[in-house]
Design a protein around this ligand. Structure first.
Ligand code: C2E
Ligand code: SIN
Ligand code: SIN
Ligand code: FE
Length: 402
C-alpha cells in the first residue's frame, strides 16, 4: 500500500544500521540490502501516483511530503563536523577561488574544444585550492559556487561539483588521494559539454528529442577527450563516462545498473543533479537548496544510490546554506551556517516578518542554542518572495547574485 510504503521509507531509512555508522560501501551485500529496501521507499514518488489503484489514493500529497521531510530530518548528524574556520571568514576567500577557478575552467574547455590536452598540472592546483577551502569550511565554497548566471553555468557547475565531490568523499571516509581524485573527476565530469553545439547547450527552452540525443553524447565525448590527453586518472575517465547512469538502469550511455556503476560515478550523479537543479541555467531557474534535496529524495529510488544520497545530505545539511525558511514565529530567514550539532538546527538570519509583511532588522539566531525558542516551520519558496538581496544576506558578499 502506498501509505505503508511511505512508512517503510522512513523506517528503513532510520533503522538500518548502515546509516548509523560510517560508510563502508565496499561490501556489495550492504549496498544490496539498502537498495532492496529503498525500492519500496521511493515508489511513493507522486509522479507514479497515477498508477496507484483508487483504493490507496487516499494518501495525500501533503502527507507524502511530510513523510519525506521527516525521513530527511531523521538523518543522523553524527558525521557533521565542526568546521575549523568560520563560514564568514572563509566566504570571501571562497568567492575569490570561485572566480579564479571559473576562469581556469573556461580556459580548459577552450583548449579541449581546440583538441588540446587537459593541463593536468593546472587542474591539480585548482583541485587543491578547492579542497583546501572545503577543509577549512565545507559550506562556504559549496554555497558560493551555487550562485551562477545562465551564461557561466557549465563552468561554475564544474567548480561546484568538484567541491561537492571533495566534501562527499570525506563524508564517505575516502582517503586523501581518493578524495583528490573525486574532486578532479568532479572538475572534469562535463568536459564533453565543451564540444556540444552552443545553440543546444545554451537553448533557453526544452530540448527536442534530437537535441537531447546530441546532448547525451557528452559523456562519451568527454571520456574520449580525456583518453586523448595525458589525464588518464581512471577515476576521472569513469566519472566522465558514467555520471548520467542511474541505479535502475535507465541512465546513459550504457544503461548500467546498481553495482555495475562505481562508487565514484554514483557520487558524481548525486553532486551533478544537486548542483544542476539549484542553479540558474539557460533553460531553468534554480530551486531552493532544501527544496531540491526533498525532490532528490523523491527521485532517489531509480536515479541515485540511497546510501550515497544520505551521505550527501549529511555533508551539506538538510537546510543547506542559502535555504529560505519560514519560522514558527512567522518570520522568514535564510540559513547562514551549519552549526555542526544537528542537521535541522542551523544558524538562520531572520529578516522578514510575515505578520507585518515587512522587512525587519536582520538578526542571526543559532537554532542549536537551547535558549533559542524559535524553530523552523518549513521551507519557503524564494520565487514567491523574490528578495533581491537574498544571496547577499547569507553570504555577506555585496552584489552576489544581482
Ligand atoms: P545539466 O543541466 O547540468 O543537468 C544535469 C542533470 O541534472 C540532468 O541530466 C538531470 O539528470 C538532472 N536535472 C536537471 N534538471 C532537472 C529537472 O528539472 N528535473 C529532474 N528530474 N532532473 C533534472 P540530463 O537530463 O541527462 O541532461 C544532461 C544535460 O543536457 C543537462 O545538464 C543540460 O546541459 C542538457 N539539457 C537537458 N535538458 C535540457 C533542456 O530542456 N534544455 C536545455 N537547454 N538543455 C537541457
Ligand atoms: C559567479 O557568478 O561567477 C560566482 C560569484 C562569485 O564567485 O563571486
Ligand atoms: C515542509 O517544508 O513542509 C516541512 C519542512 C521540514 O520539516 O523539513
Ligand atoms: Fe553531464
Amino acid at each position: 500500500m502506498l501509505g505503508m510504503h511511505v512508512k517503510e521509507f522512513c523506517g528503513s531509512w532510520m533503522d538500518h544500521p548502515f546509516f548509523r555508522s560510517s560508510f563502508v560501501l565496499s561490501n556489495p551485500k550492504d549496498v544490496q540490502t539498502i537498495r532492496a529496501s529503498s525500492i519500496r521507499e521511493v515508489w511513493i514518488d507522486s509522479s507514479k501516483g497515477l498508477d496507484v489503484p483508487d483504493n490507496v489514493a487516499a494518501v495525500s500529497r501533503q502527507q507524502i511530503d511530510r513523510e519525506i521531510d521527516e525521513a530527511l530530518d531523521s538523518i543522523s548528524p553524527a558525521n557533521l563536523a565542526e568546521a575549523p574556520v568560520s563560514i564568514e571568514r572563509e566566504m570571501a576567500r571562497a568567492a575569490r577561488i570561485c572566480t579564479q577557478a571559473k576562469q581556469a575552467v573556461v580556459q580548459m574547455f577552450q583548449e579541449a574544444r581546440m583538441g588540446n590536452a587537459v593541463d593536468r598540472g593546472g587542474a591539480l592546483l585548482l583541485v587543491e585550492d578547492i579542497s583546501d577551502s572545503v577543509s577549512r569550511n565545507p559550506y562556504a565554497l559549496i554555497s558560493m559556487a551555487r550562485i551562477k548566471n545562465a551564461d557561466d553555468y557549465t563552468y561554475m557547475h564544474s567548480v561546484a561539483v568538484c567541491a561537492m565531490m571533495v566534501a562527499l568523499g570525506r563524508q564517505l571516509g575516502l582517503d586523501d588521494a581518493q578524495t583528490q581524485s573525486a574532486g578532479m573527476a568532479g572538475l572534469l565530469h562535463d568536459l564533453g559539454k565543451s564540444v556540444m553545439p552552443p545553440q543546444i547547450l545554451n537553448k533557453p527552452g526544452k530540448l527536442t528529442e534530437a537535441e537531447f540525443a546530441v546532448m547525451k553524447s557528452h559523456p562519451i565525448q568527454g571520456h574520449a577527450m580525456l583518453l586523448r590527453s595525458e589525464t588518464h586518472d581512471p577515476v576521472s575517465l569513469d566519472v566522465c563516462l558514467h555520471h548520467h547512469e542511474r541505479v535502475d538502469g535507465s541512465g546513459y550511455p550504457k544503461g548500467l545498473k546498481g553495482d555495475e556503476i562505481s562508487l565514484l560515478a554514483k557520487m558524481g550523479a548525486v553532486c551533478d543533479v544537486y548542483d544542476a537543479i539549484t542553479s540558474n541555467r539557460p533553460y531553468k531557474e534554480g530551486w531552493d537548496p532544501a527544496e531540491s534535496l526533498r525532490k532528490m529524495a523523491e527521485w532517489s529510488k531509480g536515479h541515485f544510490d540511497l546510501a550515497i544520497f544520505q551521505a550527501f545530505v549529511k555533508s551539506i545539511g538538510i537546510y543547506p546554506v542559502g535555504s529560505l525558511v519560514l519560522m514558527k514565529s512567522g518570520r522568514i530567514g535564510v540559513v547562514t551556517e551549519q552549526t555542526g550539532k544537528s542537521l535541522t538546527t542551523p544558524k538562520v538570519k531572520l529578516f522578514f516578518s510575515t505578520k507585518s509583511s515587512m522587512r525587519i532588522p536582520a538578526m542571526t539566531v543559532d537554532l542549536s542554542n537551547p535558549h533559542t525558542v524559535d524553530r523552523i516551520e518549513g521551507r519557503e519558496d524564494p520565487a514567491k518572495w523574490n528578495f533581491p538581496d537574498l544571496h547577499e544576506l547569507w553570504s555577506g558578499i555585496e552584489g552576489l547574485g544581482r
